[in-house]
Write a protein of this length. Structure first.
Length: 173
């Protein structure tokens, strides 16, 4: 395995593809007026995009290395792809919330207040207190949440894909 090709271009390319696909889904939701809707299929589409690009990237690296990839290298490729895509998604949300939709925070909090009242049965006082805290940490929780959640899910997907796809030269004998 000393003649391995570099994983940098695969990580960068597939990370950009995954980030672009995720941004496209978000733009479609925005164009259709569903940006603030909390439907289940949006998360499912995001998960499918995450799984698909991680697996495709790991498979591409394995193919480029003659059908061999170590467990560690597969995890590195999967997490690298996820990290690049997540940085792109965070940059998009920063631009979206400050330029494209300047009242993004207000509309998101308004939508969340309905959820707090309906789903959690919070009182008016609890909702006001939650709103104050949400305003204080909105962007930190948005960007941090996207980073942590994507890396967590990307890590799990990378571990599973690495376990399934690993193949060392020693495994052949």
């Amino acid at each position: 395995m000393e003649n391995q090709t570099s994983s940098k271009s695969i990580i960068l390319n597939y990370g950009l593809y995954m980030g672009g696909a995720s941004i496209l889904v978000s733009l479609i939701k925005y164009a259709t007026g569903m940006q603030y809707e909390q439907e289940w299929y949006s998360g499912l589409i995001g998960l499918i995009i995450l799984i698909a690009f991680i697996i495709l990237g790991i498979k591409k690296h394995k193919f480029d290395n003659g059908g061999f990839i170590s467990f560690g290298k597969a995890i590195k490729v999967g997490l690298g792809i996820t990290f690049i895509a997540t940085l792109l998604i965070i940059a998009y949300y920063a631009i979206f919330s400050m330029v494209i939709e300047p009242d993004f925070m207000e509309r998101t909090i308004d939508a969340q207040k309905v959820v707090w009242a309906d789903s959690f049965g919070m009182t008016e006082g609890q909702i006001e207190e939650s709103e104050v805290n949400t305003r204080k940490y909105f962007y930190l929780s948005l960007f941090g949440g996207v980073l942590i959640m994507n890396l967590f899910l990307g890590g799990i997907i990378s571990l599973i894909a690495a376990a399934v796809m690993k193949k060392n030269e020693e495994d052949q004998y």
